[in-house]
Each structure stands twice: as structure tokens, then as C-alpha cells.
Design a protein around this ligand. Structure first.
Ligand SMILES: [Zn+2]
Ligand SMILES: [Zn+2]
Length: 336
């Protein structure tokens, strides 16, 4: 089988042949059909997380395909089922976080594409209890980005307990943001899309945003205040300095949830926090229950990511385009 290996950071991935792996009795062999390309893959390939990623590694954690071999102890999927694998490859299943369905918080979890082989490959071995069945209504190419981008923003919105008529602002109209707009709208919220690119306006409105704020020409906090203040802000951007000006646009008791993995500190005024009883929090990916919900919710409400599909062989070119911000919302590699 063909795989794309990251031997060392800042070098192109090497496409090479490897034997198709054997599976254990609790594992599933997936013939990968599509794998989404996430910003986290770029962090791995560019060495931004070099202290916890051990190289060589095969990235890819938006993996979808068909279960072609199923271990004897796997009960939730059978051969021929369309299945997918997210960032969370597996977890201990017995700690308090796992028991309450918060597997991403488990201190002993494995990560697809980092501690386990990912989906930039023709075949992948997955943990039987952690693969998700893909609802029939979802096309596999469009299901792939739901396994990280979709799950991440759906989970954040669920943790924020969006209520109908909440004013939900989504910062960033990219791979994550364009799905957050659709989910927030489907949950009954009034949605404000916030971007520094005026050319994202049309996309944002066509996906269901009620308002668009262009931060290159207006003050986002002032614009949010004119709308009564945001009850919830989901920020998908990677720049703390771009997040900070939004905080003043929160309504009293408003909540900001960051899902972009920015590493710079976020400066917050304690006075503003206490005066408006604001909450600032973050959220990353989601556990198995939220992944099932993400897939079902997307299938039932017809929510689809906007994708650009590329042949697997173009993986390095795709990563380079992502690095330059030159991908229209979500890139997906086609493996077969
Ligand atoms: Zn991801
Ligand atoms: Zn655990």
C-alpha cells in the first residue's frame, strides 16, 4: 500500500510502498477512500509540535473509508461498513473522563497521525471501539472533514449550550468556521460571521450567517454591540491578537470559546470579566458520543463542508497551499 511519511519536520512527505498491516482481534482494517487535510497536519509536518510528535509519522486524522477486515472481538462495525477515524485514536476507557464520554481529556489517549499511523495511506488499522460508522446519507468525501473540523466546532457549540435566538459569532470563515456557521444556524441561533477578508462575505451568508463583520474595515466589538452583543463567540482563528478585540463585543454573561490552537497568550481585562461575568474557555475535538452526534446531525440537516478534492499524490502540494492560505475551506485527499 502507498503511504505518505513525514520522516522529519520541514521536509516534504515521502510517498512509499509498505505491506498492508495485519489487524488484532479488537482492530479494524480500513481501506481509506478519503482523508481530510487539517491545519494540525501542517503543525506536525512543519515541526511546530516537535516536542511531542515523534518522527517518522504518517499524518491524517480525518479518515474515511470502508471496513475491509474486522477483528473477532469488534462488535460495532462489520465488513463493508463505511467508517471513519478522528484525531482521538483511542483512550483508556476506564478513567473518569472516559466514563463520562470526555475521552479527549483522558490522560492516556492515542492520537491518529501522531502516536498511531494516520490516514495519509491506502489502508489504516483502527481501534474497533473508536471507529465511527458513517450514516448512509453522507457522501464519504464530504464526511471526511466532519471527523476533525466538524466535530471540533459542533462539540464547542454543544459545550456552549447554544439556545435558539442566541447571537452566536463565528470568527474565521475557514475549514472550521464555515461548518460552525452552519451548525449554529441549524441549532436556531442568529449567526454573525467575522472575518478579516471581505471576500468571505458571500460564502458566509450563503451558508446561513445572518450578519457579516469585516474586521479589516470595522471594529468587531462595536459591530457586535450594535447587534446587542454576542451571547457566544466561537473563535476558529490562530492569532490571539485577532481574538482579543472581540471580547468587548460579548453581551453580559457572554462566553468566548476558542478552538484554534494559537500559542500566544490572550490578554483579558479582569475588570471586563467581572463587570459582565464573562466566561472565556476553549474546546478541542470531541469524544465518541459527540462524534456520533456530529455525523447524525450533519446527515439529518444536510450540513456539508465545502471541499476541494485532490489526488493523494499531490499531498505535498496541498500542504503547501494550506501553508499559504490558498485552500478554499477544506482540502480532502482522494485515496482510491
Ligand atoms: Zn484536525
Ligand atoms: Zn481515560
Amino acid at each position: 500500500m502507498k503511504v505518505a511519511v513525514c520522516y522529519e519536520p520541514k521536509k516534504p512527505l515521502v510517498i512509499e510502498e509498505r505491506p498492508v498491516p495485519e489487524i488484532g482481534e479488537e482492530e479494524v482494517l480500513i481501506k481509506v477512500h478519503y482523508c481530510g487535510v487539517c491545519h494540525s497536519d501542517l503543525h506536525i509536518v512543519d515541526g511546530d509540535w516537535a516536542d511531542w510528535v515523534s518522527y517518522p509519522t504518517i499524518p491524517g486524522h480525518e479518515v474515511v473509508g470502508i471496513a475491509v477486515k474486522v477483528g473477532s472481538k469488534v462488535k460495532n462495525v462489520k465488513e463493508g461498513d463505511p467508517v471513519g477515524v478522528p484525531w482521538l485514536y483511542s483512550s483508556c476507557e476506564v478513567c473518569d473522563y472516559c466514563v463520562e464520554g470526555e475521552e479527549p481529556l483522558c490522560p492516556n489517549h492515542e492520537i491518529t497521525g501522531i502516536t498511531k499511523q494516520g490516514g495519509y495511506a491506502e489502508y489504516m488499522v483502527a481501534h474497533g471501539r473508536f471507529v465511527a460508522k458513517i450514516p448512509e446519507k453522507l457522501d464519504l468525501a464530504y464526511a471526511a472533514p466532519l471527523f476533525c473540523a466538524g466535530l471540533t466546532v459542533y462539540s464547542a457549540l454543544r459545550h456552549m449550550e447554544v439556545k435558539p435566538d442566541d447571537l452566536v459569532a463565528v470568527q474565521g470563515v475557514g475549514g472550521l468556521g464555515h461548518l460552525a456557521i452552519q451548525y449554529a444556524k441549524a441549532m436556531g441561533a442568529k449567526v454573525v460571521a467575522i472575518s478579516h477578508s471581505s471576500n468571505k462575505k458571500e460564502t458566509a451568508l450563503s451558508l446561513g450567517a445572518d450578519y457579516f463583520i469585516d474586521t479589516s474595515t470595522s471594529d468587531p466589538a462595536e459591530e457586535l454591540k450594535k447587534l446587542g452583543g454576542a451571547d457566544i463567540i466561537i473563535s476558529t482563528v490562530f492569532d490571539s491578537k485577532a481574538i482579543q478585540p472581540l471580547i468587548s463585543g460579548l453581551a453580559p454573561k457572554g462566553r468566548l470559546c476558542v478552538v484554534g490552537a494559537a500559542s500566544e497568550p490572550l490578554l483579558v481585562s479582569p475588570f471586563e470579566l467581572l463587570a459582565k461575568r464573562l466566561v472565556i474557555t476553549g474546546s478541542a475535538i470531541g469524544g465518541r458520543k459527540l462524534l456520533r452526534e456530529t455525523l447524525e446531525f450533519s446527515a439529518d440537516l444536510g450540513i456539508k463542508p465545502l471541499v476541494e478534492i485532490f489526488p493523494f499524490e499531490q499531498v505535498n502540494e496541498v500542504l503547501d497551499r494550506l501553508r499559504k492560505g490558498n485552500i478554499n475551506l477544506r482540502a480532502v485527499l482522494k485515496m482510491v
